[in-house]
Design a protein around this ligand. Structure first.
Ligand code: SF4
Length: 165
């Protein structure tokens, strides 16, 4: 493993995958939150299909989803995998935002911005997106493609895997 900074790893990932684009472009922060939940452990394509189905059936608002029928929410999300868990999470989050924050997500966003400032990283979003991309394309959970990995020289797990070759 080469002793180097995380900034170097980030640069390699940027060169490999390009400047990360936002996976979704919803202006409404609640819609972005719902899309984020739907996107967990699924492809961007399936997440988009699930989101489209959900938004055809429900208004994507804390009130509509908080009061929505859980089975109908599950049906919309089926294409995206883990649909039962995601439906439950979405309903709970929506209900909480509606009940506790009167449907206004801004206080939660302020908290998240504070956390981001706490981490004090201008690269916060880029790191997040690049690591997701790297996990999907190269560092796959079941079968990481270490031989083709652009950051293998920095990776302590690479040497463990090499020993098993
Ligand atoms: S070397 Fe292998 S385990 Fe390490 S980051 Fe690359 S793909 Fe993942």
């Amino acid at each position: 493993m080469v002793d180097n900074s995380s900034e170097d790893i980030l640069n390699v990932l940027r060169k490999t995958y390009g400047a990360p684009k936002r996976i979704f472009t919803h202006e409404d922060p609640f819609q972005t939150l719902i899309m984020t939940i739907i996107s967990q452990n699924t492809s961007a394509w399936n997440a988009a299909k699930a989101y489209a189905k959900l938004s055809n059936k429900f208004k994507i608002t804390p009130e509509a989803l908080g009061k929505g029928n859980i089975r109908q929410i599950e049906d919309c999300l089926r294409v995206g995998g883990l649909y039962r868990n995601k439906a439950k999470t979405i309903k709970n989050v929506a209900r909480t935002i509606f009940d506790r924050y009167e449907g206004n997500i801004s206080p939660l966003l302020d908290l998240s911005l504070d956390l981001e400032a706490l981490y004090n990283s201008k690269n916060y979003a880029a790191v997040h997106l690049l690591l997701i991309l790297h996990g999907r394309r190269c560092c796959k959970a079941r079968n990481p493609l270490c031989k083709d990995c652009p950051i293998s020289i920095y990776c302590p797990s690479k040497s463990l895997l090499d020993r098993n070759d």
